[in-house]
Design a protein around this ligand. Structure first.
Ligand SMILES: NC(=O)c1ccc[n+]([C@@H]2O[C@H](COP(=O)([O-])OP(=O)(O)OC[C@H]3O[C@@H](n4cnc5c(N)ncnc54)[C@H](O)[C@@H]3O)[C@@H](O)[C@H]2O)c1
Length: 359
């Protein structure tokens, strides 16, 4: 028998644009949280059925909140998160954790100093297919992972860049908006990356921010891989098209984002198709391949993320994506950007160490 449910957490949202409005809907659909206030200079007083403030400070002073979701432009993330943590509320901070690795470490230190509760919004980690994929890898379903290939490409509407200035500025390109999700998930599935190479292009949109990037990765496990991301190219391939996570991105049945190849089989994610040779013939390329779908439990990443956040806010769970963890993903994106600028292979651990101690 389950006991009485604890009262819904009193939540505020900072930034109610594209992503913030999704958080509004998620809170409205949850019995564990209640939307009590929003803070956004562009929000009208009545739009969300709760008090609206011009900025986070005004909201924190006027309201008694348990938790805040931060979905403002990425360049504001660290200062806003520290402001909320210092006010004593738990924080769900949208990705990327910051637009600069060194700056993200300021947040990591603040979380430690304040013994604070903070979850970073790499929502894909909460998708049931991801837990299932990790479990399959741990069980050795495809043997040792040899390599991975991944793709995220979708053509964003031109207004995304013309009407929202911060999308044309540092942090608004495909690397920190989209690739950061994929690199976070690849770290989650395959472990830390040792080395990265990259080529970046802004050829398709001709903006200051990059629209397309191609990277090569060497994981500490010894596996290698490649990933291509573009916000200018039409494609059915990528996490957002392959799941029902975001209704604004139409679903492509049986789409995939990552293909993992192992010594005994192959796995595509998130549709969780596994492929293996027929062992009664021979365990190699002369044998027919069979395909089996691993079961994907029902549910989406965002509701699961919100549920987990309420546990983090109540202090009954440690964050699945901590500030420190997310800052490592950010460091990997920056290491890839450095690799693209320099044309050289970047050692990711060395990059992090040099950023910590820039002499
Ligand atoms: N998890 C995901 O899949 C996902 C998807 C989209 C965006 N995001 C992240 O969410 C964040 C917001 O992205 P978006 O696409 O919603 O952008 P957006 O431009 O649509 O919305 C940002 C909102 O923040 C508001 N804002 C600006 N300055 C502010 C301030 N000082 N205080 C409070 N609000 C302020 C703007 O008025 C706007 O309404 C970004 O960090 C982005 O990376 C995450």
């Amino acid at each position: 028998m389950t006991g009485p449910q604890p009262p819904a957490l009193r939540m505020g949202i900072v930034g109610v644009g594209f992503m913030g409005r999704q958080h509004v809907e998620l809170i409205e659909a949850s019995s564990r949280a209640e939307l009590c206030a929003v803070a956004d200079p562009a929000a009208t007083d009545t739009a969300f059925g709760c008090p609206a403030y011009r900025d986070a400070g005004d909201m924190l002073r006027a309201e008694s909140l348990d938790a805040v979701i931060i979905a403002n432009p990425s360049g504001l993330h660290v200062d806003t998160a520290i402001q909320c943590l210092e006010a004593g509320v738990a924080v769900l901070l949208e990705k990327p954790v910051a637009v600069d690795y060194a700056e993200s470490l300021r947040l990591v230190q603040a979380v430690a100093r304040l013994d604070a509760r903070l979850l970073v919004g790499h929502h894909r980690r909460h998708h049931p297919a991801v837990a299932e994929a990790r479990s399959a890898l741990e069980r050795g379903v495809i043997g040792d992972v040899v390599a991975v290939s991944g793709l995220w490409s979708a053509r964003k509407e031109d207004a995304y860049f013309t009407e929202i200035p911060w999308h044309r500025e540092r942090g608004g390109g495909v690397m920190l908006i989209n690739l950061v999700h994929d690199l976070d998930l690849l770290r989650h599935l395959l472990g830390e990356v040792a080395e990265v190479q990259a080529m970046v292009s802004s050829h398709a949109r001709n903006l200051d921010v990059e629209d397309t990037v191609s990277i090569n990765l060497r994981f500490e496990s010894g596996a290698i891989g490649g990933f291509l991301a573009s916000d200018a190219g039409v494609s059915p391939w990528g996490w957002d098209q392959s799941t029902n996570d975001t209704p604004a991105f139409p679903f492509v049945p049986d789409g995939t984002a990552y293909q993992l190849v192992g010594t005994r089989g192959a796995l595509s994610v998130p549709n969780l198709a596994t492929y293996a040779y027929d062992p009664s013939v021979s365990p190699d390329w002369h044998s027919p391949l069979s395909r089996t779908y691993l079961p994907v439990p029902a549910g989406g990443a965002f509701p699961a993320q919100l549920e987990h956040f309420t546990d983090v806010a109540r202090g009954t769970a440690q964050p699945l994506v901590s500030a420190e963890d997310a800052s490592r993903t950010l460091a990997l994106v920056e290491a890839a950007a450095l690799a693209a600028r320099s044309g050289e292979t970047v050692d990711v651990a060395k990059f992090r160490a040099e950023e910590l101690d820039p002499r």
